[in-house]
Design a protein around this ligand. Structure first.
Ligand SMILES: [Zn+2]
Length: 500
Protein backbone atom coordinates (compact mmCIF):
# COMPACT_ATOMS: atom_id res chain seq x y z
CA UNK A 1 0.00 0.00 0.00
CA UNK A 2 1.09 3.53 -0.60
CA UNK A 3 2.61 5.58 2.14
CA UNK A 4 0.41 8.30 3.60
CA UNK A 5 0.70 11.52 1.71
CA UNK A 6 -1.55 14.27 2.93
CA UNK A 7 -0.79 16.33 -0.11
CA UNK A 8 -3.01 14.00 -2.10
CA UNK A 9 -6.18 15.20 -0.49
CA UNK A 10 -8.57 16.55 -3.04
CA UNK A 11 -11.98 18.05 -2.86
CA UNK A 12 -14.16 19.08 -5.72
CA UNK A 13 -17.68 20.11 -6.43
CA UNK A 14 -19.67 19.57 -9.55
CA UNK A 15 -19.05 23.13 -10.54
CA UNK A 16 -15.39 23.00 -9.75
CA UNK A 17 -12.81 20.63 -11.15
CA UNK A 18 -10.44 18.73 -8.89
CA UNK A 19 -8.68 20.93 -6.41
CA UNK A 20 -5.77 19.86 -4.33
CA UNK A 21 -5.82 21.05 -0.77
CA UNK A 22 -2.74 21.46 1.33
CA UNK A 23 0.61 22.81 0.34
CA UNK A 24 0.37 22.04 -3.35
CA UNK A 25 -2.99 23.71 -3.74
CA UNK A 26 -1.98 25.63 -6.80
CA UNK A 27 -0.12 22.88 -8.58
CA UNK A 28 -2.39 20.22 -9.92
CA UNK A 29 0.29 18.61 -12.03
CA UNK A 30 2.54 18.21 -9.02
CA UNK A 31 0.19 15.76 -7.48
CA UNK A 32 0.35 13.45 -10.44
CA UNK A 33 4.13 13.69 -10.72
CA UNK A 34 4.61 13.14 -7.05
CA UNK A 35 2.45 10.12 -6.81
CA UNK A 36 2.41 8.45 -10.14
CA UNK A 37 -1.32 8.02 -9.69
CA UNK A 38 -3.73 8.60 -12.47
CA UNK A 39 -4.24 12.16 -13.50
CA UNK A 40 -7.65 13.41 -12.70
CA UNK A 41 -8.60 15.57 -15.62
CA UNK A 42 -8.91 19.20 -14.83
CA UNK A 43 -11.16 21.14 -17.07
CA UNK A 44 -12.27 24.72 -17.08
CA UNK A 45 -15.61 23.59 -18.31
CA UNK A 46 -17.54 22.66 -15.21
CA UNK A 47 -20.12 20.71 -17.12
CA UNK A 48 -18.11 18.43 -19.31
CA UNK A 49 -17.30 14.89 -18.32
CA UNK A 50 -13.66 14.78 -19.27
CA UNK A 51 -12.63 14.59 -15.66
CA UNK A 52 -14.65 11.47 -15.14
CA UNK A 53 -13.69 9.77 -18.36
CA UNK A 54 -9.98 10.31 -17.94
CA UNK A 55 -10.11 9.19 -14.38
CA UNK A 56 -11.99 6.05 -15.25
CA UNK A 57 -9.76 5.20 -18.20
CA UNK A 58 -6.79 5.13 -15.93
CA UNK A 59 -8.41 3.06 -13.19
CA UNK A 60 -7.44 -0.56 -13.05
CA UNK A 61 -10.14 -2.24 -15.10
CA UNK A 62 -10.56 -5.28 -12.87
CA UNK A 63 -11.57 -3.03 -9.99
CA UNK A 64 -13.98 -0.91 -11.91
CA UNK A 65 -17.63 -1.75 -11.50
CA UNK A 66 -19.69 -2.75 -14.47
CA UNK A 67 -20.90 0.40 -16.11
CA UNK A 68 -23.44 -0.30 -18.74
CA UNK A 69 -23.33 3.22 -20.10
CA UNK A 70 -19.58 3.47 -20.42
CA UNK A 71 -18.13 0.03 -20.49
CA UNK A 72 -20.30 -2.04 -22.75
CA UNK A 73 -17.59 -4.49 -23.65
CA UNK A 74 -17.19 -5.31 -19.98
CA UNK A 75 -20.92 -5.74 -19.57
CA UNK A 76 -21.03 -8.19 -22.43
CA UNK A 77 -18.39 -10.35 -20.80
CA UNK A 78 -20.76 -11.03 -17.94
CA UNK A 79 -23.47 -13.63 -17.86
CA UNK A 80 -25.94 -10.84 -17.27
CA UNK A 81 -25.50 -9.14 -20.58
CA UNK A 82 -28.91 -10.15 -21.90
CA UNK A 83 -30.62 -8.55 -18.95
CA UNK A 84 -28.55 -5.40 -19.22
CA UNK A 85 -29.37 -5.03 -22.89
CA UNK A 86 -33.01 -5.54 -22.05
CA UNK A 87 -32.74 -2.74 -19.53
CA UNK A 88 -31.14 -0.50 -22.13
CA UNK A 89 -34.12 -1.02 -24.38
CA UNK A 90 -36.35 -0.30 -21.43
CA UNK A 91 -34.63 3.06 -21.03
CA UNK A 92 -36.02 4.22 -24.34
CA UNK A 93 -39.41 4.87 -22.77
CA UNK A 94 -41.87 7.37 -24.12
CA UNK A 95 -43.30 10.10 -21.93
CA UNK A 96 -46.53 8.20 -21.67
CA UNK A 97 -44.69 5.08 -20.55
CA UNK A 98 -42.82 7.11 -17.96
CA UNK A 99 -46.10 8.55 -16.67
CA UNK A 100 -47.49 5.03 -16.39
CA UNK A 101 -44.37 3.88 -14.56
CA UNK A 102 -44.73 6.73 -12.09
CA UNK A 103 -48.38 5.88 -11.51
CA UNK A 104 -47.39 2.28 -10.90
CA UNK A 105 -44.72 3.34 -8.41
CA UNK A 106 -47.17 5.51 -6.50
CA UNK A 107 -49.60 2.58 -6.40
CA UNK A 108 -46.88 0.33 -5.03
CA UNK A 109 -46.04 2.85 -2.32
CA UNK A 110 -49.68 3.23 -1.36
CA UNK A 111 -49.99 -0.54 -1.00
CA UNK A 112 -46.74 -0.90 0.88
CA UNK A 113 -46.91 -2.03 4.49
CA UNK A 114 -43.39 -0.92 5.35
CA UNK A 115 -44.54 2.20 7.17
CA UNK A 116 -45.56 0.22 10.25
CA UNK A 117 -47.30 1.90 13.12
CA UNK A 118 -44.82 3.27 15.62
CA UNK A 119 -45.97 4.08 19.14
CA UNK A 120 -44.91 7.32 20.83
CA UNK A 121 -43.04 5.31 23.46
CA UNK A 122 -40.83 3.72 20.82
CA UNK A 123 -37.48 5.16 19.88
CA UNK A 124 -37.08 5.92 16.16
CA UNK A 125 -34.38 3.28 16.16
CA UNK A 126 -34.98 0.36 13.81
CA UNK A 127 -33.69 -3.16 14.28
CA UNK A 128 -34.68 -6.78 13.84
CA UNK A 129 -32.82 -9.83 15.17
CA UNK A 130 -33.20 -11.18 11.65
CA UNK A 131 -30.84 -8.49 10.30
CA UNK A 132 -27.95 -10.80 11.07
CA UNK A 133 -26.56 -13.25 8.54
CA UNK A 134 -25.48 -16.64 9.78
CA UNK A 135 -25.61 -19.99 8.06
CA UNK A 136 -23.33 -22.98 7.83
CA UNK A 137 -20.33 -20.81 8.59
CA UNK A 138 -20.30 -19.33 5.09
CA UNK A 139 -20.46 -15.86 6.53
CA UNK A 140 -17.01 -16.45 8.00
CA UNK A 141 -15.61 -16.51 4.48
CA UNK A 142 -16.34 -12.81 4.13
CA UNK A 143 -14.39 -10.23 6.14
CA UNK A 144 -17.70 -8.59 6.99
CA UNK A 145 -18.85 -9.08 10.56
CA UNK A 146 -22.30 -10.22 9.52
CA UNK A 147 -23.55 -10.17 13.09
CA UNK A 148 -22.53 -6.61 13.89
CA UNK A 149 -26.08 -5.26 13.86
CA UNK A 150 -27.15 -7.58 16.67
CA UNK A 151 -24.07 -6.66 18.67
CA UNK A 152 -24.87 -2.95 18.37
CA UNK A 153 -28.44 -3.53 19.47
CA UNK A 154 -27.50 -5.70 22.44
CA UNK A 155 -24.88 -3.23 23.64
CA UNK A 156 -27.38 -0.38 23.55
CA UNK A 157 -29.94 -2.50 25.33
CA UNK A 158 -27.48 -3.52 28.01
CA UNK A 159 -26.61 0.11 28.60
CA UNK A 160 -30.25 0.83 29.33
CA UNK A 161 -30.91 3.04 26.36
CA UNK A 162 -33.94 0.98 25.33
CA UNK A 163 -35.68 -2.34 25.66
CA UNK A 164 -37.36 -4.53 23.05
CA UNK A 165 -40.74 -2.80 23.56
CA UNK A 166 -39.28 0.64 22.91
CA UNK A 167 -37.56 -0.10 19.63
CA UNK A 168 -39.09 -0.59 16.21
CA UNK A 169 -38.96 -3.83 14.26
CA UNK A 170 -39.26 -3.32 10.49
CA UNK A 171 -40.95 -5.43 7.87
CA UNK A 172 -39.13 -7.09 5.02
CA UNK A 173 -39.27 -5.11 1.77
CA UNK A 174 -41.45 -7.04 -0.65
CA UNK A 175 -40.83 -7.32 -4.36
CA UNK A 176 -43.39 -4.58 -4.96
CA UNK A 177 -41.56 -2.37 -2.48
CA UNK A 178 -38.24 -3.05 -4.17
CA UNK A 179 -39.68 -2.23 -7.58
CA UNK A 180 -40.23 1.34 -6.42
CA UNK A 181 -36.57 1.79 -7.32
CA UNK A 182 -35.24 -1.44 -8.77
CA UNK A 183 -35.79 -2.78 -12.25
CA UNK A 184 -37.66 -6.04 -12.70
CA UNK A 185 -34.62 -7.40 -14.46
CA UNK A 186 -32.39 -6.79 -11.49
CA UNK A 187 -34.79 -8.36 -9.00
CA UNK A 188 -35.25 -11.38 -11.24
CA UNK A 189 -31.51 -11.84 -11.46
CA UNK A 190 -31.49 -12.45 -7.71
CA UNK A 191 -34.14 -15.13 -7.72
CA UNK A 192 -34.19 -17.07 -10.96
CA UNK A 193 -34.87 -20.74 -10.50
CA UNK A 194 -32.12 -23.21 -11.20
CA UNK A 195 -34.40 -25.02 -13.61
CA UNK A 196 -33.99 -22.13 -16.01
CA UNK A 197 -30.51 -23.36 -16.75
CA UNK A 198 -27.24 -22.26 -15.31
CA UNK A 199 -28.11 -20.52 -12.04
CA UNK A 200 -27.48 -16.93 -12.96
CA UNK A 201 -29.16 -15.77 -9.75
CA UNK A 202 -26.59 -17.58 -7.62
CA UNK A 203 -23.72 -16.04 -9.54
CA UNK A 204 -25.31 -12.64 -9.03
CA UNK A 205 -25.80 -13.10 -5.30
CA UNK A 206 -22.34 -14.63 -4.85
CA UNK A 207 -20.86 -11.63 -6.60
CA UNK A 208 -22.87 -9.12 -4.62
CA UNK A 209 -22.12 -10.70 -1.26
CA UNK A 210 -18.55 -11.53 -2.24
CA UNK A 211 -19.02 -15.02 -0.79
CA UNK A 212 -18.17 -17.36 -3.72
CA UNK A 213 -19.67 -20.55 -2.20
CA UNK A 214 -23.08 -18.87 -2.25
CA UNK A 215 -23.09 -19.71 -5.94
CA UNK A 216 -23.42 -23.38 -4.98
CA UNK A 217 -26.40 -22.98 -2.66
CA UNK A 218 -30.02 -23.59 -3.58
CA UNK A 219 -31.90 -20.38 -4.15
CA UNK A 220 -34.31 -20.89 -1.25
CA UNK A 221 -31.38 -20.96 1.18
CA UNK A 222 -29.84 -17.88 -0.37
CA UNK A 223 -33.17 -16.11 -0.20
CA UNK A 224 -33.76 -17.03 3.42
CA UNK A 225 -30.26 -16.69 4.85
CA UNK A 226 -28.66 -13.96 2.79
CA UNK A 227 -31.19 -11.86 0.91
CA UNK A 228 -33.98 -11.79 3.48
CA UNK A 229 -31.82 -10.12 6.15
CA UNK A 230 -30.81 -7.53 3.58
CA UNK A 231 -34.44 -6.99 2.55
CA UNK A 232 -35.34 -6.51 6.22
CA UNK A 233 -32.61 -3.92 6.60
CA UNK A 234 -33.87 -2.26 3.44
CA UNK A 235 -37.36 -2.10 4.94
CA UNK A 236 -35.69 -0.62 8.01
CA UNK A 237 -34.07 2.19 6.05
CA UNK A 238 -37.33 3.06 4.29
CA UNK A 239 -39.16 3.20 7.62
CA UNK A 240 -36.34 5.12 9.31
CA UNK A 241 -36.45 7.87 6.69
CA UNK A 242 -40.17 8.31 7.27
CA UNK A 243 -39.68 8.37 11.05
CA UNK A 244 -36.93 10.96 10.70
CA UNK A 245 -39.42 13.25 8.98
CA UNK A 246 -41.83 12.79 11.90
CA UNK A 247 -39.42 12.78 14.83
CA UNK A 248 -36.54 14.87 13.51
CA UNK A 249 -34.14 11.95 13.56
CA UNK A 250 -34.02 8.18 13.16
CA UNK A 251 -31.42 5.47 13.05
CA UNK A 252 -31.53 2.18 11.20
CA UNK A 253 -29.01 -0.06 12.95
CA UNK A 254 -28.48 -1.73 9.58
CA UNK A 255 -28.74 -0.58 5.97
CA UNK A 256 -26.55 1.79 4.03
CA UNK A 257 -26.06 -0.41 0.97
CA UNK A 258 -24.55 2.40 -1.00
CA UNK A 259 -22.95 0.33 -3.78
CA UNK A 260 -26.27 -0.95 -5.02
CA UNK A 261 -28.13 1.01 -7.67
CA UNK A 262 -31.51 0.25 -9.14
CA UNK A 263 -29.86 -1.98 -11.73
CA UNK A 264 -26.71 -3.36 -10.18
CA UNK A 265 -25.58 -4.73 -6.83
CA UNK A 266 -22.06 -5.17 -5.51
CA UNK A 267 -19.75 -4.80 -2.52
CA UNK A 268 -22.13 -6.65 -0.17
CA UNK A 269 -24.98 -4.40 -1.25
CA UNK A 270 -27.93 -6.22 -2.79
CA UNK A 271 -30.66 -3.60 -2.47
CA UNK A 272 -30.58 0.15 -2.97
CA UNK A 273 -32.03 1.05 0.41
CA UNK A 274 -31.00 4.70 0.31
CA UNK A 275 -32.53 5.23 -3.11
CA UNK A 276 -35.67 3.42 -2.01
CA UNK A 277 -36.02 5.38 1.23
CA UNK A 278 -35.85 8.66 -0.68
CA UNK A 279 -38.05 7.54 -3.57
CA UNK A 280 -40.77 6.64 -1.06
CA UNK A 281 -40.62 10.14 0.40
CA UNK A 282 -40.37 11.94 -2.95
CA UNK A 283 -43.27 10.10 -4.54
CA UNK A 284 -45.51 10.87 -1.59
CA UNK A 285 -44.59 14.52 -1.68
CA UNK A 286 -43.12 14.33 1.83
CA UNK A 287 -39.89 15.91 0.63
CA UNK A 288 -38.75 17.96 -2.32
CA UNK A 289 -35.03 18.01 -1.65
CA UNK A 290 -32.67 15.56 0.00
CA UNK A 291 -28.99 15.48 0.86
CA UNK A 292 -26.98 12.29 1.12
CA UNK A 293 -23.88 12.61 3.27
CA UNK A 294 -21.81 9.51 2.58
CA UNK A 295 -18.94 9.08 5.03
CA UNK A 296 -18.33 5.39 4.41
CA UNK A 297 -14.72 4.93 3.32
CA UNK A 298 -15.88 3.83 -0.13
CA UNK A 299 -17.50 5.88 -2.86
CA UNK A 300 -21.30 5.54 -2.76
CA UNK A 301 -21.69 4.71 -6.41
CA UNK A 302 -25.13 3.10 -6.07
CA UNK A 303 -27.12 6.14 -4.99
CA UNK A 304 -24.90 8.33 -7.18
CA UNK A 305 -25.96 6.43 -10.28
CA UNK A 306 -29.59 6.45 -9.20
CA UNK A 307 -29.80 10.19 -8.59
CA UNK A 308 -27.45 11.33 -11.32
CA UNK A 309 -30.32 12.90 -13.24
CA UNK A 310 -31.83 14.46 -10.11
CA UNK A 311 -29.07 16.70 -8.86
CA UNK A 312 -31.44 19.60 -8.36
CA UNK A 313 -33.38 17.59 -5.81
CA UNK A 314 -30.71 15.24 -4.45
CA UNK A 315 -27.39 16.67 -3.34
CA UNK A 316 -24.68 14.13 -2.64
CA UNK A 317 -21.64 14.93 -0.51
CA UNK A 318 -19.31 11.96 -0.63
CA UNK A 319 -16.04 11.66 1.30
CA UNK A 320 -14.10 8.54 0.36
CA UNK A 321 -10.73 6.96 -0.20
CA UNK A 322 -10.05 7.67 -3.85
CA UNK A 323 -7.77 4.67 -4.30
CA UNK A 324 -10.11 1.85 -3.33
CA UNK A 325 -13.24 0.12 -4.67
CA UNK A 326 -15.38 1.03 -6.54
CA UNK A 327 -13.56 3.90 -8.29
CA UNK A 328 -16.68 4.37 -10.35
CA UNK A 329 -15.85 7.29 -12.58
CA UNK A 330 -19.25 7.36 -14.21
CA UNK A 331 -21.08 7.46 -10.87
CA UNK A 332 -19.00 10.45 -9.79
CA UNK A 333 -21.18 12.53 -12.09
CA UNK A 334 -23.92 12.10 -9.50
CA UNK A 335 -21.85 13.74 -6.75
CA UNK A 336 -22.46 17.40 -6.04
CA UNK A 337 -19.53 17.76 -3.65
CA UNK A 338 -16.76 15.25 -3.93
CA UNK A 339 -14.07 14.92 -1.28
CA UNK A 340 -11.48 12.36 -2.25
CA UNK A 341 -8.95 11.48 0.40
CA UNK A 342 -5.73 9.55 0.33
CA UNK A 343 -4.79 6.40 2.21
CA UNK A 344 -4.59 6.65 5.98
CA UNK A 345 -5.97 10.12 6.48
CA UNK A 346 -6.11 10.78 10.24
CA UNK A 347 -8.66 12.38 12.54
CA UNK A 348 -7.76 16.04 12.48
CA UNK A 349 -7.51 16.49 8.75
CA UNK A 350 -10.49 14.23 8.07
CA UNK A 351 -12.69 16.05 10.55
CA UNK A 352 -11.72 19.44 9.14
CA UNK A 353 -12.58 18.27 5.64
CA UNK A 354 -15.93 16.83 6.67
CA UNK A 355 -16.87 19.92 8.66
CA UNK A 356 -15.89 22.46 6.03
CA UNK A 357 -17.55 20.59 3.20
CA UNK A 358 -20.73 19.86 5.11
CA UNK A 359 -20.95 23.52 6.05
CA UNK A 360 -20.42 24.55 2.44
CA UNK A 361 -22.90 21.96 1.19
CA UNK A 362 -25.61 23.12 3.57
CA UNK A 363 -24.95 26.71 2.60
CA UNK A 364 -25.61 25.98 -1.05
CA UNK A 365 -28.38 23.42 -0.65
CA UNK A 366 -31.11 23.27 1.99
CA UNK A 367 -32.50 19.73 2.13
CA UNK A 368 -35.75 18.54 3.66
CA UNK A 369 -33.88 15.48 4.96
CA UNK A 370 -30.27 14.50 5.52
CA UNK A 371 -29.44 10.86 4.85
CA UNK A 372 -26.28 10.08 6.77
CA UNK A 373 -24.47 6.99 5.51
CA UNK A 374 -22.31 6.48 8.58
CA UNK A 375 -19.97 3.73 7.48
CA UNK A 376 -17.30 2.85 10.01
CA UNK A 377 -14.83 1.27 7.62
CA UNK A 378 -12.85 4.49 7.90
CA UNK A 379 -11.68 3.10 11.23
CA UNK A 380 -7.93 2.62 11.63
CA UNK A 381 -6.82 -0.89 10.78
CA UNK A 382 -9.63 -1.58 8.37
CA UNK A 383 -8.01 -3.53 5.54
CA UNK A 384 -10.56 -2.39 2.97
CA UNK A 385 -11.20 1.24 3.90
CA UNK A 386 -7.48 1.90 4.44
CA UNK A 387 -8.04 5.10 6.42
CA UNK A 388 -6.81 5.90 9.93
CA UNK A 389 -9.72 7.34 11.85
CA UNK A 390 -9.61 6.45 15.53
CA UNK A 391 -12.63 5.14 17.48
CA UNK A 392 -12.99 8.51 19.17
CA UNK A 393 -12.75 10.11 15.74
CA UNK A 394 -15.74 8.08 14.54
CA UNK A 395 -17.72 9.10 17.62
CA UNK A 396 -16.84 12.76 17.17
CA UNK A 397 -17.66 12.57 13.46
CA UNK A 398 -21.15 11.25 14.11
CA UNK A 399 -21.71 13.82 16.82
CA UNK A 400 -20.60 16.60 14.52
CA UNK A 401 -22.99 15.52 11.77
CA UNK A 402 -25.95 15.44 14.15
CA UNK A 403 -24.95 18.85 15.49
CA UNK A 404 -24.85 20.26 11.97
CA UNK A 405 -28.37 18.98 11.30
CA UNK A 406 -29.68 20.34 14.58
CA UNK A 407 -27.98 23.73 14.46
CA UNK A 408 -29.19 24.93 11.07
CA UNK A 409 -31.63 27.86 11.16
CA UNK A 410 -34.31 25.25 10.55
CA UNK A 411 -33.18 21.88 11.95
CA UNK A 412 -32.88 19.22 9.27
CA UNK A 413 -34.41 15.78 9.88
CA UNK A 414 -31.58 13.28 9.84
CA UNK A 415 -31.67 9.54 9.21
CA UNK A 416 -28.57 7.51 9.93
CA UNK A 417 -27.74 4.10 8.45
CA UNK A 418 -24.68 2.14 9.55
CA UNK A 419 -23.33 0.94 6.18
CA UNK A 420 -19.83 -0.59 5.94
CA UNK A 421 -17.43 -1.48 8.71
CA UNK A 422 -15.60 -4.75 8.48
CA UNK A 423 -13.76 -5.25 11.71
CA UNK A 424 -14.94 -7.10 14.78
CA UNK A 425 -14.83 -3.96 16.95
CA UNK A 426 -17.02 -1.85 14.69
CA UNK A 427 -20.17 -2.82 16.60
CA UNK A 428 -18.69 -1.52 19.86
CA UNK A 429 -17.84 1.79 18.27
CA UNK A 430 -21.22 2.22 16.57
CA UNK A 431 -22.97 1.51 19.87
CA UNK A 432 -20.68 3.91 21.72
CA UNK A 433 -21.40 6.57 19.14
CA UNK A 434 -25.17 6.19 19.43
CA UNK A 435 -24.90 6.27 23.22
CA UNK A 436 -22.83 9.43 22.93
CA UNK A 437 -25.51 11.05 20.76
CA UNK A 438 -28.02 10.21 23.47
CA UNK A 439 -25.84 11.41 26.31
CA UNK A 440 -25.26 14.68 24.50
CA UNK A 441 -28.97 15.21 23.98
CA UNK A 442 -28.61 15.04 20.20
CA UNK A 443 -31.13 12.20 20.09
CA UNK A 444 -33.91 11.69 22.59
CA UNK A 445 -37.27 10.05 23.08
CA UNK A 446 -38.79 11.18 26.40
CA UNK A 447 -41.83 8.92 26.00
CA UNK A 448 -39.63 5.87 25.58
CA UNK A 449 -37.53 6.82 28.56
CA UNK A 450 -40.65 7.40 30.65
CA UNK A 451 -42.05 4.04 29.51
CA UNK A 452 -38.84 2.29 30.48
CA UNK A 453 -38.88 4.11 33.81
CA UNK A 454 -42.32 2.64 34.52
CA UNK A 455 -41.07 -0.81 33.63
CA UNK A 456 -38.11 -0.31 35.96
CA UNK A 457 -39.42 1.88 38.80
CA UNK A 458 -35.96 2.75 40.07
CA UNK A 459 -34.72 3.56 36.61
CA UNK A 460 -34.06 7.07 35.45
CA UNK A 461 -32.94 6.62 31.89
CA UNK A 462 -33.33 10.21 30.73
CA UNK A 463 -29.85 11.44 30.15
CA UNK A 464 -28.52 14.91 29.82
CA UNK A 465 -24.84 15.64 30.09
CA UNK A 466 -24.01 17.14 33.43
CA UNK A 467 -21.65 19.97 34.10
CA UNK A 468 -18.20 18.70 34.84
CA UNK A 469 -19.10 15.15 34.02
CA UNK A 470 -16.39 13.18 32.35
CA UNK A 471 -17.39 11.49 29.17
CA UNK A 472 -16.12 8.15 30.37
CA UNK A 473 -18.68 7.77 33.13
CA UNK A 474 -21.38 5.18 32.88
CA UNK A 475 -24.89 6.61 32.58
CA UNK A 476 -26.59 6.64 35.97
CA UNK A 477 -29.44 4.37 34.99
CA UNK A 478 -30.54 1.37 36.93
CA UNK A 479 -30.22 -0.73 33.82
CA UNK A 480 -26.73 0.51 33.28
CA UNK A 481 -25.91 0.02 36.93
CA UNK A 482 -27.05 -3.53 36.58
CA UNK A 483 -24.77 -4.18 33.67
CA UNK A 484 -21.61 -6.11 34.00
CA UNK A 485 -18.18 -4.77 34.60
CA UNK A 486 -17.56 -5.69 30.98
CA UNK A 487 -19.97 -3.01 29.91
CA UNK A 488 -18.36 -0.48 32.16
CA UNK A 489 -15.11 -1.39 30.45
CA UNK A 490 -16.83 -0.85 27.14
CA UNK A 491 -17.73 2.66 28.16
CA UNK A 492 -14.30 3.42 29.48
CA UNK A 493 -12.69 2.09 26.35
CA UNK A 494 -14.69 4.10 23.86
CA UNK A 495 -16.65 6.95 25.35
CA UNK A 496 -13.64 7.64 27.53
CA UNK A 497 -11.78 8.83 24.48
CA UNK A 498 -14.03 11.84 24.30
CA UNK A 499 -12.90 13.02 27.70
CA UNK A 500 -9.29 13.32 26.66
ZN1 LIG B 1 -17.33 0.92 2.69
Amino acid sequence: MAEPDDSLLTQTTDTEPALVVGEIKENRETRCEDTGMEEEAVSDDPTNGEEVRLSETNDEPEQSPVSMQEDRHLVRRTSESDDIEEEEREEESTEQEIAEQYAKIRERIQKSKLYVNVEPHQWPIIYSPDYNISFLGFEKLHPFDSGKWGKVYNLLKKEGMFCDETTVCPLEATEDDLLVAHTKQYISRLKKDISEGFPKWSISVAGITEIPPVALLPNYIVQKKVLRPLRLQTGGSILAAKLAMERGWAINIGGGFHHCSSKQGGGFCAYADITLALRFLFHQGTIKKAMILDLDAHQGNGHERDFMQDKESVYILDVYNRHIYPRDGFAKRGISRKVEVNYFIADEQYMTLVASNLEAALNEFVPDILVYNAGTDSLEGDPLGALSITPQGIIKRDMMVFEFARDRPKPIPIVMVTSGGYQRNNADIIAASILNLWRRGLIACPEAEEYQGKQEPSSSTSRQPEEGETAGETPSTSNADATTQGNRGFFRSFLGFLGR
